[in-house]
Design a binder for this molecule. Structure first.
Ligand code: IMP
Ligand code: MG
Length: 177
């Protein structure tokens, strides 16, 4: 598996440190607010698990699963494969994503969930690739800004593979060309 990795971009130790930092920040910012963490599957699963163990205030969690409509859909619509099970009326929502790339997915989700009247919606992402942004969205909590390279590991996949790598690695271009 490691033969497919060109280089390690972010080590497991660096991830641990940064995830702990934003967990501590969220614990301060949301003190007394009982936020609900909403993970966007599947990429969020490792980050969300580590993030929540660094949050020291009362909170709940839920998941959504989405996929982009294939082809050249310029509306940026995403397909909801699994919706929330929890009621979010009046709740402080924290959307948890693996990577903010074009921003289309999170922008769509924010608008989709807004109509259910949460008290607030924030975005927490492990990685941010600002060079590729199309939608007008910024992360409220971000661990790492990365260059425009395709990365895998720590939950992020290429064709469903490599999610189990403990670090973030740049995939060798020959794997996807
Ligand atoms: P966006 O809607 O363009 O922001 O896409 C976000 C989704 O695209 C993420 O949740 C990832 O699943 C996927 N994605 C974007 N860039 C990468 C990458 O470098 N590696 C793996 N998945 C990526
Ligand atoms: Mg993905």
């Amino acid at each position: 598996m490691e033969e497919a990795i060109e280089r390690v971009l972010i080590s497991a130790e660096d991830i641990k440190t940064h995830v702990a930092q934003i967990g501590a920040k969220i614990s301060i910012d949301y003190d007394g607010k009982n936020p609900i963490f909403v993970g966007v599957l599947k990429g969020c699963f490792i980050f969300m698990a580590d993030l929540m163990r660094n949050v020291s205030i009362p909170c709940t969690m839920d998941f959504m699963a989405v996929s982009s409509y294939s082809g050249t859909n310029s509306t940026g619509a995403v397909k909801i494969n699994k919706d929330l099970s929890e009621d979010i009326d009046g709740r402080h929502l924290i959307l948890v994503e693996d990577i903010l790339d074009s921003g289309v997915t999170l922008n769509y989700l924010k608008n989709y969930l807004k109509v259910r009247k949460p008290a607030s919606i924030a975005v927490a992402t492990l990685l941010d690739k600002p060079a590729r942004r199309k939608a007008d969205i910024i992360a409220d909590y971000s661990c790492f800004e990365i260059p425009d390279a395709f990365v895998v590991g720590y939950g992020l996949d290429y064709n469903e593979q490599y999610r189990n790598l403990p670090y973030i690695g740049v995939l060798k271009p020959e794997i996807y060309s």
